[in-house]
Design a protein around this ligand. Structure first.
Ligand code: ZN
Ligand code: ZN
Ligand code: FE
Length: 759
């Protein structure tokens, strides 16, 4: 059997059903799954095979079962055999999983020996990836090694019918880790119950650093506005929304208008942060998520967190990764004190070491289906399948929201979210995580794949690393990688029409792409159409200050950017506008871009008056947010499609000049901003829809793959999918892989493998 079948209670499950069916044989782990041999009467064997699929443990995922007949030997009894017996190393390390219902019941049962014990777990739940040093996934290789089991725990651990059979982190109050409260100097603060003391502090408005599963969280009472503001100031995080944790789905429903799909996503064992529409007057402090109609909510996934919510005083807690701005999350007790001493008032520590940093994952329901935004805890190191077998590869990912991927055979193992690769700290995290995953899966890459951008830290690192090992290097264009990722998820060989609507990616012509219609195969692509180029005055500064992009777009649309009305709209002075105009005219530090994300930023700058942003894509997200009540079928603004010359490889262009004239006219006419935003979204969707139709007319291709960070935008994703389907296209979107840069390395790996194999 292949799939997620190791470390998730699969062997005891098989032991139990084999025994119940009166079958003899054995089960053992091997490299990528389990091997089972059974012997007995035919009806019992059939029943066994059915139950194998229908009753499989909650954390398991069966990808394939291959069955062969053998000769009966008259064997008696069923055994669980050690990995060594099969002569193969088990490489499976499961993802971390939320506390299961059985464990939660014990946690809150005063009669249970684990009552209020913050580290209880079983084969159906608990930490995995974050506590594992190396394979095989056995207790001595985890940070539980220093806690020898007491006789009671050992009994459970060795009993195949117990739900803690081979639960590697099994522990209790007698033998396992403990929590305590500490001040910034590290001194333990005595008290009867450290959790109750921590809750007292939270209720008093203090900031508590809480050690969790993949790192520390910084926590405050999410209903206490001054406390939330104080956390923002101390963390130097001004606008970016905080995630909040609530007790259960019922509590979540009081705070957000949850759809059934959102609730299902919220309660998966991975327990991601889910972006859902916030209810009015729910009591959540306004500065938790300023300027947008959504909240990132999630449910407790560790016993310690459940203990907080068992106290009726706690309604909702801000739980944000404990770091300064974009640094990696803190995991070690000393590191936390050193790095968070200025932020946290108090620390809730424990002595189970976190061996792998792992942030909380973020997901949303987009156009009716789950979409991953940040891939981390609960998803790492689960494999994503490739459409074909590949030699071992490393794909290093991009620049922002970096995730790398290791490939072996038909599987790609993506790392956890590593943050923006802009400095040595982030690069250290990248190296540390790579070494761990290479060790974990025993993968020695035979080629290295990187982004085409020569300046990315990831590219430079990849070149050096490949050179040291004498490995071939493959450079992949950013938007080709995005589209290839979507193709591979659906086993499409191409050619397809790839719609890659994105923030920033280095193009084959050295310009900054991001509004692309590509004709893609796995190993190569042609550029069919793109958003017309506009300058980015100030380069990176134009990302932080969207008014610069607005000015560039207005100028490209031949509108007077120095008129008093326009300056007021841009919140810019005449001299600022003059300086920017000069940069554009003289082509000084004003690289050309076809980015769709930057067009969103630019429109948001004039519609919302947002001159600068605190985090990437903030303006675009707010622009989507204000349109939330608007219908989908508003008339879109005009985008002109200027045909290219396909045979001469001259791409078509989408020019938004008319769109800009209409935006300004509507603003002057006092049309509500929500309506302007909706018309803008509809205009962009219509523009790319027409570009796809033109591509189909010219090439005969009727399959469209959608990828790129702009597909996190629900309205745009929904409008494009429905319009394209209405036009008769077969439309493909991401399933397990993120359309954003979190999914980039998977696409790079696909392209790299296709090139190496000549596919
Ligand atoms: Zn459990
Ligand atoms: Zn114990
Ligand atoms: Fe991208």
């Amino acid at each position: 059997m292949r799939g997620v079948v190791q470390g998730v209670g699969f062997r005891p499950f098989v032991y139990r059903i084999a025994s119940e069916e009166g079958l003899a044989g054995f089960i053992g782990n091997d490299t990528d799954g389990v091997i089972i041999e059974i012997e007995g009467a035919a009806p019992a064997v059939d029943a066994f095979l059915t139950r194998l699929r229908t009753e499989a443990p909650p954390l398991s995922r069966i990808d394939s079962v291959s069955v062969r007949d053998g000769t009966a030997t008259g064997e008696n009894g069923f055994r669980i055999v050690a990995s060594e017996v099969l002569g193969r190393v088990s490489t499976g390390i499961p993802a971390d999983a939320a506390t299961c219902a059985d464990c939660l019941r014990e946690l809150l049962d005063p009669a249970d020996r684990r009552y209020r014990y913050p580290f209880l777990n079983c084969t159906n739940c608990g930490p995995r990836f974050t506590i594992t040093r190396q394979i095989p996934y056995d207790r001595p290789q985890t940070s539980m090694a220093k806690f020898p089991m007491c006789p009671d725990c050992a009994c459970e651990y060795y009993d195949p019918l117990n739900r803690r059979f081979h639960a590697q982190p099994n522990a209790c109050r007698v033998c396992g880790p403990r929590v305590w409260l500490a001040d910034a100097s590290g001194g333990e603060i005595p008290g009867a119950d450290p959790v109750v003391s921590a809750i007292d502090r939270l209720m008093a408005g203090e900031i508590v650093a809480i050690k969790g599963i993949g790192g520390f969280h910084l926590s405050v009472d999410a209903t206490n506005e001054p406390a939330v503001m104080r956390l923002r100031q101390r963390k130097r995080r001004l606008g970016k929304p905080f995630a909040i944790m609530v007790k259960d789905p019922e509590a979540a429903r009081r705070i957000c208008a949850l759809t059934a799909e959102e609730e299902a996503l919220l309660t998966t064992p991975a327990r991601p942060i889910v972006l859902a529409r916030a209810n009015q007057n729910s009591g959540i402090a306004p500065s938790v998520a300023p300027g947008i109609p959504w909240l990132g909510i999630f449910l407790p996934y560790a016993p310690l967190q459940h203990l907080f919510f068992a106290d009726p005083r706690i309604r909702a807690l801000v739980m944000t990764s404990a770091n300064l701005s974009e640094e990696p999350i803190a995991i070690d007790n000393d590191e936390a004190r050193a790095r968070l001493g200025e932020i946290a008032d108090i620390f809730l520590m424990h002595n189970r070491e976190i061996l792998q940093r792992c942030d909380d994952s973020v997901a949303a329901i987009v156009d009716g289906a789950p979409q991953l935004i940040r891939r981390a805890r609960g998803f790492v190191p689960l494999a994503v399948e490739l459409p074909f077998e590949s030699p071992p590869l490393l794909a290093v990912g991009g620049h922002l929201k970096n995730v790398f991927a290791l490939v072996r055979g038909q599987f790609a193992y993506q790392s956890q979210h590593l943050g923006d690769l802009e400095n040595i700290t982030a690069l250290d995290f990248f190296r540390e995580s790579l070494a761990h995953l290479m060790r974990t899966f025993g993968i020695e890459p035979e080629a290295v794949v990187h982004d085409l951008h020569p300046g990315y830290l990831s590219t430079q690192w990849a070149k050096q690393w490949a050179e040291e090992r004498n490995l071939p290097l493959i450079a992949v264009q950013h938007h080709h990688a995005h589209v290839a990722a979507c193709m591979a998820e659906h086993s499409l060989a191409g050619p397809v029409i790839g719609l890659s609507l994105d923030g920033t990616g280095y193009g084959s012509d050295g310009r900054i792409w991001g509004g692309e219609v590509l004709i893609c195969r796995l190993d190569r692509f042609e550029r069919f159409a793109h958003l017309d180029y506009v300058p980015m005055p100030g380069s990176e500064a134009a990302i932080r200050e969207p008014w610069r992009m607005a000015l560039a777009h207005l100028q490209a649309a031949a509108l007077d950017v120095e008129s008093p009305g326009t300056l007021e709209m841009l919140h810019a002075t005449a001299s600022e506008a003059r300086i920017l105009k000069r940069m554009i005219d003289r082509q000084l530090n004003a690289p050309l871009t076809s980015s769709c994300g930057r067009l969103f930023d630019a429109v948001a700058a004039v519609v919302l008056g947002r001159r600068a942003v605190d985090y990437e894509a903030q303006a675009a997200i707010e622009l989507e947010g204000i349109a939330i009540e608007e219908p989908d079928d508003v008339p879109g603004y005009g985008m002109e499609l200027l045909p290219g010359e396909w045979t001469a490889r001259e791409p078509a262009r989408l020019a938004p000049a008319e769109l800009w004239r209409e935006v300004l006219a509507d603003l002057r006419a006092g049309i509500p901003r929500s309506r302007i935003s909706a018309r803008f979204h509809a205009g962009v969707a219509s523009g790319f829809q027409r570009a796809a139709v033109l591509a189909r007319d010219v090439t005969g291709i009727h399959q469209v793959a959608m990828s790129g960070g702009c597909f996190h935008n629900r309205r745009l994703a929904r409008l494009l999918r429905s319009r394209l389907e209405h036009e008769g296209f077969e439309v493909f979107r991401h399933v397990e892989v993120s359309p954003g840069d979190s999914g980039l390395s998977y696409g790079q790996a696909v392209v790299g493998a296709a090139i190496l194999l000549g596919k």
